[in-house]
Design a protein. Structure first.
Length: 91
């Protein structure tokens, strides 16, 4: 296997997470019961945050630091359909 610096490997992982969440967003937007308007993923200084924006102006922020795509999928599902994610960030 190639010897890839951590920052490059981490950058690829973040890009894969962003692409995965884009697909989750598209699926949720198709479900009118979700009321999802947009989902964003941000990584800054080692902290990963998913923000789910709802039709009507509400939003939920989720601490997704070190989460797998599967864990992020579950957290977004909880935020949308169950009223709150386990890693929800309260402002």
């Amino acid at each position: 296997m190639w010897d890839v610096p951590d920052d490059v490997e981490g950058g690829k992982m973040m890009e894969k997470k962003k692409e995965f969440l884009e697909q989750v967003k598209l699926a949720l937007i198709e479900d009118p019961r979700s009321n999802v308007a947009d989902i964003t993923y941000q990584s800054d200084e080692g902290r990963e945050i998913i923000t789910v924006y709802f039709i009507g102006g509400g939003k939920r922020r989720i601490n997704a630091t070190c989460n797998s795509n599967g864990a992020n999928f579950m957290e977004v599902g909880r935020a949308v359909y169950e009223g709150g994610a386990r890693g929800e960030i309260y402002e």
